[in-house]
Ligand binder design. Structure first.
Ligand code: G3H
Ligand code: 13P
Ligand code: ZN
Length: 359
């Protein structure tokens, strides 16, 4: 049984200077492909499920699937994480279904559309962290609102993300406020806003520091050197995946994601969790389109899914290797959640703020 908490995994990543991709899943094929990539390069894994994934797949199906993945790959530490929890109920029901970690995204109200006040964010995140820590689960909070520095707009898409215009300072996490937030909420990891957004259409040109503010991450890391930072919206939207989709009938307009080298720079400055969903979707969708185009008589779903899984596996393996995750699975001795709960209760896992303040 290799179910690991986010806190233990990111503590290990920080100690050894690597980052961990967090891949979103909705179905068995994605789970199998990600775990196969991890097994091939000895990487620990974060698999995350959004609220949309939970309602698509059904909580029981997801829970049994995670159990099966740990049984198939007993040597790979697997963190099961709730992506963008919108309230206490979402986070607690995830833990009840075997998740070892939750994100309480209090940067938005529970409707996941309206930007929340700082006080609201602190209060709900602190509440969730207190409850999750009682049972040893980890908590990621978010400070700052995801959206585009190019357009000044939120990133409303598929019913998730801030709607309308956002002020420049809402789109960038403030380093001093980050110190205050981590101290007040006791989160295990902090998601920050630096100009990334969800989905494929992040930037209209290769991003520079004006629209992808990696310097903000560096400033936060200076103030919070022991806090694990999380980058959302970190798909790279590779040109080759855009080309495959468009070659086989897709009509994706030219777009740019977060270059992998910028993520590597973030990892050198405290980024430990890197959220990737869009790239995985594109890797699979490209193969669906290719098979449909090249084999118009094909109707066996496995003929579509197998190459899609292979493409996803290759993408995941590349990220495990580029982020330095590869080679670390076998070095981790997993601590059970009950033991983590005892450590929280004894104050041994307080936010690394004490060290940060002394620095
Ligand atoms: O948070 C964004 C992830 O890409 C999940 O997307 O809500 O469509 O599952 P989803
Ligand atoms: P992408 O859309 O860039 O893959 O981001 C995913 C994400 O941040 C999930 O929380
Ligand atoms: Zn996200």
């Amino acid at each position: 049984m290799a179910r690991i908490t986010l806190r233990q995994l990111l503590d290990h990543a920080a100690e050894h200077g690597y980052g961990v991709p967090a891949f979103n899943i909705n179905n068995m094929e994605q789970g199998l492909a990600i775990m196969e990539a991890a097994r091939a390069c000895d990487a620990p894994v974060i698999i995350q499920a959004s609220r949309g994934a939970r309602s698509y797949a059904n909580d029981i199906m997801l829970a049994k699937m995670m159990e099966a993945l740990t049984e198939i790959h007993p040597t790979i530490p697997l963190c099961i994480h709730q992506d963008h929890g919108n309230n206490e109920a979402t986070c607690l029901s995830a833990i009840r279904h075997g998740f070892t970690s939750v994100m309480m995204d209090g940067s938005l109200m529970a409707d996941a559309k309206t930007a929340a006040s700082y006080d609201y964010n602190v209060a709900i995140t602190e509440r969730v962290a207190r409850m999750a820590h009682w049972v040893g689960a980890s908590v990621e909070g978010e400070l700052g609102v995801l959206g585009s520095l190019e357009t000044g707009q939120g990133e409303a898409e598929d019913g998730h993300g801030a709607e309308g215009a956002l002020a420049h300072d809402q789109l960038l996490t403030d380093p001093d406020q980050a110190v205050d937030f981590v101290t007040a909420t006791r989160v295990d990891a902090l998601a920050i806003a630096c100009g990334t957004s969800h989905g494929a259409y992040k930037f209209t040109r290769k991003p520079d520091g004006d629209i992808l503010a990696m310097q903000v991450i560096e400033a936060i890391h200076e103030k919070l050197p022991n806090t694990h930072l999380v980058m959302h919206g970190s798909s790279s939207v590779p040109q080759e995946l855009q080309d495959i989709i468009n070659k086989y009938g897709g009509e994706m307009p030219q777009t740019f994601g977060v270059p992998v080298e910028e993520i590597e720079r973030g990892i050198r400055h405290g980024v430990r969790k890197v959220n990737i969903d869009t790239d995985c979707r594109m890797a699979m969708a490209g193969q669906f389109r290719r098979v449909a185009t090249q084999g118009p008589r094909e109707f066996d779903p496995r003929k579509f899914l197998k190459p899609a899984m292979d493409a996803l596996r290759d993408l995941c393996r590349d990220r495990f290797e580029r982020f330095g995750t590869a080679g670390n699975a076998s070095k981790i001795k997993v601590i059970a959640m009950d033991e983590m709960a005892k450590r929280y209760a004894a104050g041994k896992l307080d936010p690394q703020i004490a060290t940060a303040k002394a620095a």
